[in-house]
Design a protein around this ligand. Structure first.
Ligand SMILES: [Zn+2]
Length: 436
């Protein structure tokens, strides 16, 4: 079957990391990113198994979301040290930093356009001055998040100091309840320790995100279990399913590759269709529209959904917002080649609310006004199905609107995805590992 073009972009050769012309095409019932390096041949990576949905969302994203919006959210690279040595980690290909100087944190805190920092790209709890860094950022009025393996937070005294430093939110790496999975993905069984850390965060009323890395044939059955667990724990505000990515020059683990649409299907099956792929795609259009009017950067491959906790159960967001209607309204605007204003977005949203939505106004308005960042989670659980850049599926047009920048010891980078590709390019140990 002949490939049907969807759009063109730039990517990299996964072996030599040279920049290459690339094409997103539909063929054989899937969507592929294709590119050719003169030295290392053709690379064709399947990025979606739902061509119609992909095309619809891609057209929508590139119509409504302006390119290269200003970046307002940054990772802060406190250290690249880590107490774990996860087999799937890419940090071995990145510059090392022992400890970010406090003056660098003070400089970062003075940048007015940045509203939110996340300690990431290394295990920040292995940095001795983490609490001082958080205090500096909080004194400057920033929202501060921490990505962590959470091992230290299992210590109740450490958890208390973290809370006292002013942290707003903690994202805990949590790949499921299966000990074998934990060993193969993280190099050890840390389930008990992580559950203790989560309990400490719960007791201290620190809002939490669970970040689960999902690999095909490894931990897909955990998706449903993690969802049920998060639903029953109101201090968990987000659930983020991130696809496994591979960084090696040789595709030793390509059988584990999975993309966001497949993650959605797993949750659809687990919930017997209560969370449907159709609703997730419609909600994603609303989310792109929200990004467009608020000028927030976000990756095309970060699909979001939301459920509302009700009693012992939940209702999906499409019971409160008529997503089909709002999707039709937005598509109509696109068909007429009109732009979306903030006022029109709000109007579309109001017209799409169902009678049941009245009960959500108090909690929903606060969350909306804080950019999706409630002081006290509880009512809403947001679910993300996402994929981050790796040398095989790197798409420069999407990376232009990467949802995170990164501040390292020497530079401020506006796209974390592009930063990772730069790091791979200069990594000698990556080329040495090449068996091609
Ligand atoms: Zn090459």
């Amino acid at each position: 079957m002949k490939a049907i073009p969807i759009r063109t972009t730039l990517s990299v050769c996964p072996v030599c990391m040279d920049v290459l012309d690339a094409a997103v095409v539909e063929k054989a019932g899937g969507v592929y990113l294709e590119k050719e390096c003169r030295r290392h041949g053709v690379f064709s990576v399947r990025i979606c198994d739902r061509p119609a949905a992909y095309r619809e969302l891609s057209d929508f994203y590139f119509y409504f979301v302006p390119q290269a919006l200003p970046q307002r959210e940054y990772y802060l690279n406190a250290t690249t040290r880590c107490s774990l040595n996860c087999p799937i980690c890419y940090l071995r290909y990145c510059d090392t930093i022992e400890e970010l100087p406090l003056d660098r944190v003070r400089e970062a805190a003075r940048i007015k356009k940045i509203k939110r920092f996340t300690f990431s790209h290394g295990e920040a709890t292995d940095c001795g001055r983490l609490f001082e860094m958080i205090r500096i950022l909080k004194q400057a009025g920033k929202i501060v998040n921490l990505h962590t393996n959470a091992l230290k937070i299992a210590d109740v005294r450490y958890a208390g100091e973290l809370k006292a430093s002013g942290i707003d939110h903690v994202s805990v790496q949590f790949d499921g309840f299966n000990e074998d999975v934990c060993r193969s993905v993280r190099g050890g069984d840390f389930l008990k320790t992580k559950l203790e850390a989560l309990e400490n965060l719960n007791r201290m009323s620190v809002p939490v995100t669970l970040n689960a890395t999902i690999s095909k044939g490894v931990n897909e059955p955990e998706i449903g279990k993690i969802f049920d667990y998060a639903l029953s724990a109101p201090y968990i505000k987000d659930l983020s399913f991130i696809t496994y990515s591979y960084y090696e020059p040789a595709r030793t683990n390509s059988d584990k590759y999975i993309m966001p649409h497949e993650l959605i299907k797993h949750l659809e099956a687990h919930t017997d269709g209560k969370i449907s792929e159709e609703a997730v795609i419609a909600f994603q259009k609303l989310f792109y529209a929200y990004m467009s009017v608020t000028e927030k950067r976000k990756c095309f491959y970060y699909f979001h959904f939301m459920v509302v906790r009700c009693g012992r159960g939940y209702r999906p967001i499409n019971e409160f917002i008529d997503l089909k209607k709002v999707s039709r309204d937005l598509s109509g605007l696109k068909a007429e080649k009109k732009k979306l204003s903030y006022a029109r977005f709000i109007w579309f949203l109001i017209l799409s609310l169902t009678p049941r939505a009245i009960m959500l106004i108090p909690a929903g308005l606060g969350t909306f006004l804080r950019g999706g960042y409630p002081r006290k989670p509880g009512k809403f659980l947001s679910i993300t199905f996402a994929s981050i850049c790796d040398p095989y599926k790197f798409d420069a047009r999407i990376a232009e609107n990467c949802g995170q920048g990164i501040i390292t010891g020497t530079r401020v980078h506006d796209s974390y995805g592009a930063y990772l590709m730069e790091q791979m390019k200069k990594a000698d140990n990556r080329r040495e590992n090449c068996v091609c």
